[in-house]
Ligand binder design. Structure first.
Ligand SMILES: Cc1cc2nc3c(=O)[nH]c(=O)nc-3n(C[C@H](O)[C@H](O)[C@H](O)COP(=O)(O)OP(=O)(O)OC[C@H]3O[C@@H](n4cnc5c(N)ncnc54)[C@H](O)[C@@H]3O)c2cc1C
Length: 643
């Protein structure tokens, strides 16, 4: 697929001039779209990795106010999450000012007082909200808590996009989307979480008109990535010039263009799903996944090519950089139970925590308002509350003061609305990831800094395309797609889901009704060291404007569905990008268990220091909503013990 600017004829074919909701937010004109197409050329990457900070063409001049929807962030949908789709440009700018030391020490010293608290939590994702919740519980609601979050909405990577299409309200996940319901009474933290937060364990799903052709849907956005749940989902596989095949694994790959050797080894790879013992995991942690596939198992390189984008999304980097332990764990028993998703991904876990912490902020007690209810922002930061939450507040510096001996021995400086503030606290939970913590924790010990220096991250992009109708998929008999290309397209999979419904909210599942088509993708770069892959891909992110991604998504959709009844100008109602610059903690060989007697850096970071507890989902290496709750709770309880 070319990255060249579109010709007039292509613009018309792609529907680039047709009315969609993003138009209002990118200056009302796409006249510059062609010129804005930067694409991920090597010269851009070189610039981005050089001394100059990557700069999108639309970056406002220094000091200029950031437009709510700039040409980096693009359209953010409607509702409470409209200003918080992925990492928005204002948040990226503030984080980079912090990274680059742009806040001068005199200004930091003159920050306005912002109150004294027993606990300050940095980060309002599931981990931060859990830290606050379990701290409040442990201190019997007697202590004062301030939670600071740099985005305009809570939830972190578990936020949702909202659309209104043809009068229908639709949600899509921004990132974190699938979960499994814990067994009632199994005694796990997550069983207790479901009980404590009154989350249902059984759900109603959109119904499918029996008069329509039978069609199977995923109830999450992952079942089509790897085809492991293919027995429950109708997945189309696009092989370029060789065309489409459906549910290829069901036929043991017989009518696919793979060679006989590739077919044989792909089937062997897929059958290699037995759980690994601890000893196996430790061994697999010493190898790259590519080495394991090609040298240990002796598979045809077609296996590596098949799994490359899956590993790239879930581990952040390519198979020649990610450890084999992670790759091996991806393989699931064929037709294992399908994990499920709320309509807005895992955002209800964050919302449930918010509702328990500050009931007025998310009015209602039922499941429907938990997913769809509007947030009462005014109730987040009332002066008379023990728990206070401030959004759009970027924490810049956390340090022990007065030798750490006073009643509130920590100073927390943050930027909000262009002004600097300083709160004091007895203890701090850092529920933000290592990429930011190492810039914020001004007095962290050198061994903690050295451990954090081993934490590397890779980006991911989740694109939600709101469709007015999806009859083109219906006519093909599929609800999910996987495609194979030589790196010239964008992404590798997309799907529409069968959504959970409630009595109050049940959008229709029908090919002539709106639906959200979600794309999940990472940006692995085989051949580069793990450390360079994440930074290179992130640099591309920073120089790629919304319109460039939009163009590439439209071209990809045309590559897949042109001639199949898809008409972009008619079918696309809105496109939202959710960019996560540090989506995944990269785990090269040796990271998880350590190498040659050197402990894993995870162990050192988990220990925190002084009165600072660290509690982010990355701390078990396997980012998940459950690890966010687990490590948030651990840090909140550690903080409670310290006050
Ligand atoms: C693309 C993607 C897909 C995923 N899919 C799944 C899935 O299907 N299932 C699953 O269970 N998990 C999934 N995850 C993992 C997900 O990370 C966890 O589920 C969980 O949401 C992480 O919560 P957290 O609180 O640890 O971190 P985060 O969600 O990262 O929250 C940290 C918060 O701190 C804020 N912050 C950072 N720096 C500062 C600062 N200086 N000042 C103030 N605030 C700051 C951040 O903006 C963020 O809001 C996915 C993640 C991604 C990126």
């Amino acid at each position: 697929m070319t990255n060249a600017p579109p010709t007039e004829a292509e613009r018309r074919r792609l529907g680039l001039d047709a009315p969609i909701t993003r138009r209002d937010f990118v200056n009302g004109s796409l006249a510059g779209a062609g010129a804005a197409v930067l694409s991920a050329t090597s010269s851009n990457v070189a610039t981005a990795l050089g001394t100059a900070r990557p700069r999108p063409p639309s970056e406002p001049a220094a000091g200029a106010p950031s437009a709510a929807h700039d040409t980096f962030t693009g359209y953010g949908g409607v509702g409470d999450y409209a200003q918080a789709n992925g990492n928005t440009w204002p948040v990226v700018q503030a984080a980079h000012r912090l990274r680059d030391g742009k806040y001068d020490s005199a200004a930091l010293a003159n920050a306005k007082p912002a109150g004294d608290f027993d606990l300050v939590v940095v980060g309002g994702g599931i981990a931060g909200l859990s830290a606050a919740y379990y701290f409040v519980k442990a201190t019997r609601a007697r202590a004062r808590v301030l939670l600071l979050e740099n985005h305009a909405m809570l939830g972190g990577e578990a936020r949702q996009n909202e659309f209104i299409v043809e009068g229908e309200r639709l949600l899509g996940p921004q990132g974190s989307n699938e979960f499994s319901v814990p067994e009632r009474g199994d005694g796990s933290l997550f069983d207790r979480f479901f009980t404590e937060f009154e989350l249902p364990r059984e759900y109603a799903w959109q119904s499918w008109d029996p008069k329509l052709r039978p069609l199977r849907f995923a109830r999450n956005n992952y079942s089509n990535l790897d085809g492991f749940q293919e027995g429950q989902v109708d997945i189309g596989y696009f092989f370029g010039a060789a065309g489409w095949r459906k549910n290829v694994w069901a036929n043991a790959l017989t009518d696919t263009p793979f060679s006989a050797a590739a077919r044989r080894d792909l089937l062997k790879w897929r059958a290699d799903y037995a759980p690994t013992s601890d000893a196996d995991s430790r061994y697999l942690d010493t190898l790259t996944y590519k080495h394991y596939l090609e040298k240990v198992c002796g598979y045809d390189p077609a296996v590596t090519r098949m799994v490359e984008p899956i590993v790239g999304l879930l581990s952040g980097v390519s198979t020649d950089a990610a450890c084999a332990r992670l790759g091996r764990d991806l393989v699931e028993a064929p037709d294992s139970a399908m994990p499920i998703s709320f309509p807005g991904g895992n955002s209800p876990f964050a919302r449930a925590l918010l509702r328990k912490l500050l009931p007025d902020s998310l009015p209602g007690t039922d499941f429907s308002t938990l997913m769809y209810g509007p947030v009462n922002f005014e109730a987040l930061d009332r002066g008379d509350q023990k728990v206070r939450i401030r959004l759009s507040a970027t924490v810049l510096r956390v340090e022990h003061v007065d030798g750490g001996a006073g009643r509130d021995p920590l100073a927390i400086t943050y930027e909000r609305g262009g002004s600097l503030f300083r709160a004091r606290a007895g203890t701090v939970v850092m529920a933000s990831g290592g990429w930011i913590n190492k810039h914020v924790l001004a007095d962290m010990p050198s061994d903690l800094r050295a451990a954090y220096d081993q934490f590397l991250y890779a980006p991911a992009l989740i694109v939600n395309v709101a469709l007015r109708q999806w009859r083109f998929l219906y006519d093909m008999g599929i609800t999910a797609c996987r495609w194979f290309d030589e790196g010239d397209g964008i992404g590798y999979c997309c799907n529409i889901r069968q959504n959970m419904v409630t009595a109050a909210h049940a959008p229709m599942l029908h090919p002539d009704h709106p639906a959200v088509l979600s794309f999940y993708m990472g940006f692995p770069i085989p051949g580069l060291p793990a450390a360079v892959q994440g930074a290179t891909a992130r640099a591309k992110f920073l120089v790629t404007p919304f319109l460039d991604f939009e163009l590439r998504i439209r071209r990809q959709l045309m590559t897949l569905f042109a001639g199949r009844g898809f008409k972009p100008e008619r079918d696309i109602a809105a496109i939202v990008l959710n960019r996560w610059g540090h989506a995944r903690l990269i785990e090269p060989p040796g990271f998880h268990y350590g190498v040659a007697g050197r402990p894993s850096p995870l162990e050192r970071v988990r220990a925190g220091y002084g009165r600072v507890a660290i509690g982010h989902s990355e701390l078990n290496g396997d980012q998940h909503w459950t690890s966010a709750v687990e490590y948030g709770k651990r840090a909140g309880e550690q903080a409670a013990a310290a006050v």
